[in-house]
Design a protein around this ligand. Sequence first.
Ligand SMILES: N[C@@H](CCC(=O)N[C@@H](CS)C(=O)NCC(=O)O)C(=O)O
Length: 216
Amino acid sequence: MELIIGPRLYSTWSLRPWLVLKHCGADFTVREIDIYSPAGRAELEQVSPSKLVPVLEVEGELIWDSMAISVWCAERYPEAKLWPADAHARWLARSAACEMHGGFMALRSECGMGPDHTMVGPDRAPPPTGEAVARDLRRIVALWSQMRTRFGAAGPYLFGQWSVPDAFFTPVAARLRHYQIDLTAYGDDGTAAAYRDALLAQPDFLQWTADALGAG
Ligand SMILES: N[C@@H](CCC(=O)N[C@@H](CS)C(=O)NCC(=O)O)C(=O)O
């Protein structure tokens, strides 16, 4: 089984399924493609049906899209409990992960990741100023605070124990750090910031960080 990813320093989409596979204890190799180089682009054209990363190659099939890979993982590794056991929490966890998967476009574009802006490493950028990104940040603070308050008693993650939404929000935590965003300006009473810090402290994310900086 091979996970094909973009550069670890800034491929937010690639980080998500990698975290999910790690949480499952899956035995997989990683192929990192420099999608910003002509040779990497050519390789991507060969290996990815959508011409995007990530792609999981398993049993002769290519599964593209980070959510599709996460859904496959939940099927293949039920013991990893990738979604909360409580039905109500599970419904909301799926909503939260899907909201991240398909939304927060202003945050993504104004606080982009790429060769000049990395998810890991010491460089930092000034905070964003646009109203659209402020709306996204207020929504993230509200969502994180509500879920943590309601479901967070069993652990530091969004629904207490680690689940798929944590993988999807880890790149958001990295953007908040890189762009030095003060969440209190968006309504946080400290709950969202504590969750951000829990995501940044995940051992698997620290491994990704070390690998990214080692390769970078
Ligand atoms: N919905 C896809 C989005 C994947 C995506 O946008 N990947 C970016 C990587 S950071 C990409 O491959 N970009 C290459 C390009 O746009 O040419 C997923 O979740 O896997």
